[in-house]
Design a protein around this ligand. Sequence first.
Ligand code: SAM
Length: 311
Amino acid sequence: MGTEEHEGPQAAAGVSAPTIEVATPKRTKEIIAKYGFSFKKSLGQNFLIDQNILNKIVAAAGLDKTKGALEIGPGIGALTQRLAAEAGKVTAVEIDNRLIPILRDVLSNDSHTTVIHGDVLKLDLKQLFAEQFTGVTGVSVVANLPYYVTTPILMKLLEEKLPLEHIVVMIQKEVAERMAAKPGGKEYGSLSVAVQYYCVPEVVCMVPHTVFIPQPNVDSAVIKLTVRDKPAVDVPDEDHFFRVVQASFAQRRKTLANNLTAFVGKDRREALTEMLVQNQIDPIRRGETLSLEEFARISRSMLDAGWGTKQ
Ligand code: SAM
């Protein structure tokens, strides 16, 4: 695993050859044939072949030459070359070493693009930011994510509190809907709360499975997460807040009182019910109806009562 700086011959000589768009069925098939590349389903390799969708992703990211973009999983560079045209600095992390020479070729005109061979889940992203994005006014993550690791990747980006402006990613449609869901619906759950704690989500567009080679079995959506300057609610202990949220959704058909009793211990059932009532939260409500502020109130009251954990 390592870093490859791409300063192609044309770039070095100050002459730019016209860029050929990768994201067309014809060009993608040509590149795959030229390198004898075979797709690895286990790495979530579905390459985008639609200019229209690429336009929407790039427009949503709001990049300009003062900004940086981190791409996770560049594949054969369809999105990377577009990001390179818009941003002042692009860094792309790709796990599959067979794609590195292809990316070197495709991106040979882009002197401000760096490809890092590595697993984004294992990289020290704070260090990567310090090394790659000095001198830019803001960084956004822009990616067509491998679906098998969407949530771990997004949670890593958010929990590490990286200095990000936006996260614009293509993900499975149902996951996007869960991230953007409001209280009261069946899509609303601990993922909605976690994402909305750190970000303001907005579904940019739905994407049919036909715009990829090979086609995935599911439809996709592009979601834009605008990272908040500070979390949506004030909590004394984030870890406890998220444990309360998890516990509230543990068994979706159970009431809040029942789910939270399992969390704090049976002996505290009565005191718990009283605490919920004092917080103007009906104990027979279900977790899926609670706002972030209500979860925060419960977490604060539990900590005030010294109920960090089970009795
Ligand atoms: N960006 C390209 C496009 O839009 O056509 C490819 C997107 S494809 C859905 C996902 C890419 O992520 C693949 O190139 C895959 O090899 C890469 N990938 C999978 N797991 C990864 C990981 N843990 N770290 C970095 N890249 C990963």
